[in-house]
Each structure stands twice: as C-alpha cells, then as structure tokens.
Design a protein around this ligand. Structure first.
Ligand SMILES: Cc1ncc(C[n+]2csc(CCOP(=O)(O)OP(=O)(O)O)c2C)c(N)n1
Ligand code: SF4
Ligand SMILES: [Mg+2]
Length: 329
C-alpha cells in the first residue's frame, strides 16, 4: 500500500514555530505548571518587538530560577528578592537595553518586598513579570504572602488563618498607590482567551519601557498543581473560580508617568566627578579657591552632618583657618 500523497516536511507550510527568543530546551517544570506558558509569552513579545539582542532578564529565586536555560537572551542571576535592585543597576548603566525581572510571589512579595516597592516608587524604567502561584513552589509548598485565607500549604496545614498568619497581599493594588508605578495589570493563563489578554499585557509592558514611561508590572495568576495537590485541569479551574475572586483580573493602573527620574539616563558629570570619591550622598554646597588657587568645594555627607573639603582633582584638603560655624545654615 502506498502512503497518501501530501506535503513533505520540507514543503509543508509553517503553522506554528518556536519564537526565536525561546532556547528550544525542554523545561523542568511539573505538568500543568504556569511558568512554561508565561516564558513563552515573554519570548513572543521580545520577538515581536525585535529586542531579543538587547534584552537582559534578571531571574529571581524560585522554580523559574533556570529561566536562563529557556529564553535565549542574556540573564543576570541574583539572590532571592533582589531582582528589581539588580535590574535597576543594569538599566541605569545601559538605558539602551530592555531589562525585565521574572519573579515568583515568594521572591517578590516576601523577601523582596523592599526592592519591588522602591523600584516602583522610583519608577525605574523596567518591566516586572510577577508570577503569583499563591505558594512557595520551589521549596515544597510553604505558605507565601499571597496564600489565600483558608488555603492549605505545608506551613498552614489547616488552611491559612488570618488571625495568626495575616492576610494575603495584593501586590498590584499595593503598588498602584505609588506615583512611580505606571502600568500594572493582573492576568492569568487558564484558557486561550486569558492567554491572549496576558500576551497583550506583556507586550504593552515592554512597549512602555521602550517608550521610556517607567515602571510596569504584569502579575500572572499561575497554577502550581503539584503543591496545590490538584490535577492540572482542576488547578486552572481553581484559579478561575477562587484565586481570581480574591485577585481580580484586569488593568489595575495605566497612567502617564508623573515621576520622571527614570528619564535621567546618566548621572550629571558633576555628580560623577564629585560624589563618587568616597561619599555617595554628599552635596556640593559651595565652591571657593584655596591659597594655592585651587578650586575647592565644601561637601556635606549624610544630611549635612559633617563634611569635608575636596579639591576638584579629588585631593583631600582641610584649611586650618576654616570656621565650621560659617557653614551651619
Ligand atoms: C535568602 C534565601 N532565603 C530562602 C531561600 C529558599 N527559597 C528558595 S525558592 C523559595 C521560594 C520561592 O517561591 P516563589 O518565589 O513563589 O517561586 P515559585 O517557586 O513558587 O515559582 C525560597 C524561600 C533562598 N534561596 N534564599
Ligand atoms: S512546584 Fe509548582 S511552580 Fe514549581 S514547577 Fe512544579 S508546578 Fe511549577
Ligand atoms: Mg510562588
């Protein structure tokens, strides 16, 4: 019997293919995990925006710590929770790069609370992909700041009790109070329609970064069937019926930037010359000349308590007849 005629592999039309930003590796994620889907959306967005070659991801600690094996872009690996701080450094040093963090809820909303709040407050021009699966996945399913009231976890076997364990944190709403946060949206990957919306959100967040608008974050409600003790399909249903009732999907904030610090691409020259020699927080309060005709500056570190004379070429100088009282203003 002869095989039915049809297009060969070489001539068949391409219907779907891996995004170029995808490294074509097999992931280590459990069946039904949301991380792989979310990676794919990030890869698609980077491809579509044509920024793969100038993108740097900053990976948090958690199940997705190995994301650098899956996305074909440069990555910076950082300690737990510190991704927004590291991303700040990369973006400020190289504003031409597209910089994003990829963080779980344990990483971002527990150990990294300070970093994410202040990156948003400063309106760092970065994109944050925040994966909220209501649990510490990597370490075996302990309660996270996002674990729902009543949800069972390794450390809340009877269900989270808010009287002793507090209430879950809605990160996107919390950050929305900060003027520096420009775009915040919560999405999910539970079915094709939601995935399309999620993709648009990721793409928009990166577009805002390219436009220099400032801080954006896309929060994903993501299944962790392994630690939830559910089949993958039940985990998806639980997100639709229960998780998204507490964490509503949609745009939480989308506004023009009101804080423009992120548009300062490099520190001013004077700042770099004068402030990088030992004191980070000095302010120049006056310039004068010493007896040799060198220009000197009186600088005050740390809220004007103390200070020192520094010549313009960086040499320490302290005139013996200087009266500190003159400067007490
Ligand atoms: C400083 C530090 N404290 C604790 C840990 C242990 N740890 C590793 S991953 C993790 C939780 C990760 O949970 P999450 O960020 O929600 O990511 P998920 O695995 O759920 O995607 C913790 C507590 C660590 N690696 N470093
Ligand atoms: S433990 Fe949960 S978050 Fe981690 S890979 Fe498995 S399903 Fe995904
Ligand atoms: Mg988690």
């Amino acid at each position: 019997m002869t095989a039915p005629a049809g297009p060969s592999l070489q001539t068949a039309p391409v219907v779907v293919q891996h995004p170029g930003s995808w490294a074509c590796a097999t992931t280590h994620y459990c069946p039904g995990c949301g991380h792989g889907l979310i990676h794919r959306l990030v890869a698609n967005a980077l491809d579509e925006l044509g920024v793969r070659e100038r993108t740097v991801g900053v990976a948090g600690v958690g199940c997705a710590i190995l994301i650098y094996n899956y996305l074909d872009v440069d990555f910076q690996e950082v300690p737990h929770g510190r991704a927004p701080a590291a991303a700040t450094g990369v973006k400020r040093a190289r504003p031409d790069l597209v910089v994003f963090t990829y963080q779980g809820d344990g990483d971002l909303a527990a150990i990294g609370t300070a970093e994410i709040v202040h990156a948003a407050a400063r309106s760092e021009n970065i994109t944050v992909i925040y994966v909220n699966n209501c649990v510490y996945g990597m370490t075996g399913g302990q309660m996270a700041p996002t674990t729902l009231v009543g949800q069972r976890s390794e450390t809340s076997p009877e269900g989270r009790d808010p009287t002793t364990q507090g209430h879950p944190i809605r990160v996107a709403e919390m950050l929305a109070t900060l003027d520096g946060a420009v775009y915040l949206e919560r999405v999910s990957v539970t079915h094709p329609e939601n995935i399309k919306v999620a993709y648009r959100a990721v793409r928009k967040a990166f577009t805002y970064q390219l436009e220099g608008k400032g801080f954006s974050l896309v929060e994903f409600l993501s299944p962790c069937p392994t630690n939830w003790g559910m089949k993958p399909v039940d985990a998806m249903r639980w997100i639709d019926e229960t998780v998204s009732a507490y964490y509503p999907l949609g745009v939480i904030k989308d506004r023009e930037p009101v804080h423009l610090a992120h548009l300062v691409q490099q520190p001013p020259t004077a700042f770099r010359e004068d402030y990088m020699h030992g004191f980070r927080y000095e302010t120049v309060t006056q310039a004068t000349e010493d007896e040799l005709g060198r220009r000197t500056r009186r600088v005050h570190p740390f809220g004007r308590r103390g200070g020192r004379w520094v010549s313009v070429d960086g040499e320490e100088y302290r005139p013996s007849d200087h009266d500190d009282a003159e400067d007490e203003d």
